[in-house]
Design a protein around this ligand. Sequence first.
Ligand SMILES: Nc1ncnc2c1ncn2[C@@H]1O[C@H](COP(=O)(O)OP(=O)(O)O)[C@@H](O)[C@H]1O
Ligand SMILES: C[C@@](O)(CCOP(=O)(O)O)CC(=O)O
Ligand SMILES: [Mg+2]
Length: 386
Amino acid sequence: MEVTTRAPGKIILSGEHAVVYGSAAVASAIDLYTSVTIHFPSHIENDGNLKLQLADLALEFSWPIAQVKERLGESDAIKCFEPSSPNSHRATLHSLVEQQNIPEAKIGLASGIEAFLWLYTCIQGYKPATVTVTSQLPLGSGLGSSAAYCVALSAALLTLSSGVNLDMSQKGWQGFEDNELKLVNGWAFEGEKIIHGRPSGIDNTVSTYGNMIKFKSGNLTPIISSLPLRVLITNTKVGRNTKALVAGVSERTKRHPDAMNCVFSAVDSISNELSEIIKSPAPNNLDMTEYEEKIGELMEMNQGLLQCMGVSHATIETVLRTTLKYKLTSKLTGAGGGGCVITLLPTLLSQTVVEKVIAELESCGFQNLTAGIGGKGVRVCFNISS
Ligand SMILES: Nc1ncnc2c1ncn2[C@@H]1O[C@H](COP(=O)(O)OP(=O)(O)O)[C@@H](O)[C@H]1O
Ligand SMILES: C[C@@](O)(CCOP(=O)(O)O)CC(=O)O
Ligand SMILES: [Mg+2]
């Protein structure tokens, strides 16, 4: 029996970081995915190991499942219906990952592997399996790879548990019921906590449900856009990790609580206004420029406030300056500190200009990604022949 799931990455149009403090944020799924395949071995294949293969990185981690059980402790209770945090098991997870000798240059993976062990053992218990992960998303770049990974993992694990009831004979990708999505999202949030420390939940929520959403204090409101928005994604290729950046904002907030609360409140207003504009009836051609200028202006204001939070970076500023030469507005997306920048591409912008901007950004050493925005959330596909 084999199952494959895929979950999308995301862009945040407004509100990153402030959303951790209860401000509204607007995010959209993108059509770049992380996929997870779980294979339970046949009797002959069974070597008693739990394996995690990170196919794109050509890395494999393996644990004798009996050892994992001995270290994490036995429990007969079915836990899959109750997303939970590792708390007192955190040190054990850490040592199970430490014994794998992760290459120093890839040490950021450690928290992702801890999240894997936690989600796997809580939802599946102590069964040997091979879990393979592939991703179209750059890791640690602000496009929500950690959330897509946690959502795809949770969905695959739950599909093979009593938490989800799907038609296994159906061919191709299929979606989940609402109560199943809620469970997938709940477990993915627990995984995100292991990776991020203090996630708001926006990334796992948009990866689970897809489309465009407004998110505030754990609640999502779908945004039906009256017009397809076009953005260019630029990866500065400067690595960073969300946990450290979120911790940096928290330190600044402790030092300057009043000023930072004003910043978060301004971001809340920006996200609310942005979501109203995106939802408003499609403008006619004459009003189109005004509509897009308003969106661009709000993005520009949000970028200024992200600078106030201390999460911009010299490379991000270079992207802003470069795109501004073409009168285009950009802002960082995700945690910042490097990572990705989004640039709004107005409807009337010619392809020639887009190509010039891309060429100039690439000459600075950046990489451009094209992605459709607002697609479906997590999906599952069965491969019953294996
Ligand atoms: N495909 C993957 N395989 C293993 N770990 C992953 C994968 N995708 C994400 N992760 C985990 O998430 C971390 C990156 O998350 P984060 O710093 O939040 O950046 P982002 O979510 O913006 O990509 C990685 O260092 C790793 O621990
Ligand atoms: C900075 C933040 O708002 C988004 C982080 O996104 P990413 O991990 O950089 O893709 C944190 C959060 O909301 O949990
Ligand atoms: Mg992340």
